[in-house]
Design a protein around this ligand. Structure first.
Ligand code: YH5
Length: 278
């Protein structure tokens, strides 16, 4: 299995790490520290040296309860950073955005992947990707970031998330986005209770069985806090355990803040034979 991100081809025979580079002033991690393109580039180079196969740039905070960011401000924050990173890094630059206007601008600036928590449901988003050679991550979210954690409800969370991702992937392929450019993500914490998140972690193999690479973002999240009783800056061990479980259950791209540690954990897992059958 592999993922085609523009000119880059990522081998997914073994799980890889997508390193998180936050560029929002209010991000819970590294907030405001990497706003300057030069500082962002230093941090991104570090992530690649630590073994990140993709660097994901977030310009709009998608944390539960986060306020929307106007497109103009998102563009001002992200485009200069994408230009610097895309011209320097040896790995694909991914941008976390929901807005077609931002997608077109960052793809023109050299990004080769879009990470969309709305799974390209904004009008014009599918076309923005289809008219490029970029990869896209289609993530499931119930509700909107501002209110999604108020009252998440599912009959069968795994079946509903899987069905949603299948339909979004089919719509993308119908619009001309090749299968090898698609990634799906159950969206841990996005309109889900702890119970839903645990059901999805256990049920990842059903989502992976549909044949598209599965990406997961569990790193430092509230779910890890709930299971360990730890504050945000004490969740590394819990996050590594979650990454390993997700990979055993079929995830091929692990989105993480602590890249070096996550790469090590996955190296041990890959060598162990525990993933022989998937
Ligand atoms: C994801 O799962 N998540 S941003 C709250 C936290 C810790 C971390 C309370 N973008 C995902 O990382 N993109 C985000 O502690 C994502 N999948 C994809 N594809 C939220 C985040 C976080 C939020």
């Amino acid at each position: 299995m592999h993922l085609q991100c523009g000119r880059h081809r990522i081998d997914l025979a073994h799980p890889v790490v997508m390193g998180v580079l936050n560029v929002t002033p209010d991000s819970f991690s590294d907030g405001g520290l990497y706003l300057e393109p030069a500082a962002a580039l230093d941090r991104a180079v570090q992530l690649v040296e630590q073994g990140a196969a993709i660097v994901d740039i977030g310009g709009e905070s998608t944390r539960p309860g986060a306020a929307p960011v106007p497109a103009g401000e998102e563009l001002r924050r992200v485009v200069p950073i994408v230009e610097r990173l895309a011209g320097t890094l040896s790995v694909p630059v991914s941008v976390d955005t929901r807005k077609p206007e931002v997608m077109r601008a960052v793809l023109a600036a050299g990004a080769t992947m879009v990470n969309d928590v709305m799974a390209l449901r904004a009008p014009g988003a599918v076309e923005a990707i289809a008219s490029s050679a970029a990869a896209v991550c289609l993530m499931h979210m119930q509700g909107e970031p501002g209110t999604m954690q108020a009252a998440p409800r599912y009959g069968d969370a795994v079946a509903e998330v899987r069905g949603f991702l299948r339909v979004r992937a089919a719509d993308c392929m119908a619009a001309g986005i090749a299968r090898e450019r698609l990634v799906v993500d159950p969206g841990f914490g996005f309109g889900k209770t702890l119970e839903h998140n645990l059901a999805l972690l256990a049920g990842l193999s059903a989502i992976a069985a549909d044949g598209l690479p599965v990406l997961v973002g569990l790193s430092r999240k509230r779910m890890i806090g709930a299971l360990t009783g730890r504050a945000e800056d004490e969740r590394l061990a819990g996050s590594l355990a979650a990454a390993v479980v997700a990979a055993i259950n079929g995830a091929r791209i692990i989105r993480a803040h602590d890249v070096a540690a996550t790469v090590d954990a996955l190296a041990v897992l890959s060598a162990s034979g525990a993933m022989r059958d998937n």
